[in-house]
Design a binder for this molecule. Sequence first.
Ligand SMILES: [Zn+2]
Length: 319
Amino acid sequence: MRTRRTLLAAAFLCLAGGSFYLTGQPNSVKKIADGVWFREGDLKNEGHCNNIIVEMKDYLIIVDANFPNGARKALADARKLSSKPVKYVFDTHHHGDHAYGNPVWTKEGAITLAHAGVVEEMKAREPERWLQSAKDRKDVAELKLATAEPPKETFTKSPHVLTDGARRVEFHHFGWAHTKGDGFLYLPKEKILCTGDAVVNGPFNYTGDANIGNWVHVVQGALKLDVSTVLPGHGAPGGKEVLTGEALFMTELQKAVKTARSQGKKLSDIVTMKGSDPATTSIKLPDSVKNWVGDFLPAQVRDAFVEMEQGKPRGSLKL
Ligand SMILES: [Zn+2]
């Protein structure tokens, strides 16, 4: 547990402090289309994810619960945009920065919704992560709960569709990439895709719970949709190139690790460790994916190596 937490904390701090990536404007709200807003999370100071606010005829849908204090910020911004109640909050996956705010939203009367894989992940990984997070974060501790609150509603058939005559909203699951429960929210008329962390715009790919070998297939599933705007879990909004870039990054990562293995290299030949955390790697990825390359690379290489060696995702060992 400590390894993952340390890695995440260190990487987020390093990433956010890096000059190579512009994080845009944390806590800003940008209109993407009529009734669709993108709220950029404050990753650097708070570890927050991005939120998306979707207006329906009589209610709002929020993409991702965020951490508890991120949930309150997103709720306050939603209230400024519309007097309609928040009916659904869609957890794109089980990670704390996307789902630990669930109790804040359900207290407001919202229904938390996710792919069934999110509940599966929480069952396997909680309460350890929640308890650790409560030690690290005041907003989690203040909720005084024994564990993470799972989503109240789940779907297994993809897409799960909500429509009210004004707007059609599709919730998709294309398989296990970043986590087993990766969910996407798609607005077909507006051609907007909200991806959670299965697609990020920047060096934010956390592979600790990932199925790296399947990741590219998940993004290929998303690419079958007609998409013009991508709203990622971390990083700035973009176009379809964010999807193709994410897929290419995963392809290049796999290719580089496969090549090293075929040359007889061991994990210790390509990744140095600092304690139990990967520290540096000799693996270099091409410039075409540099937007996605950052301080997570040593851990990504380790996770890809272990997955290939064991024939199953490193994250599945704990499931
Ligand atoms: Zn995540």
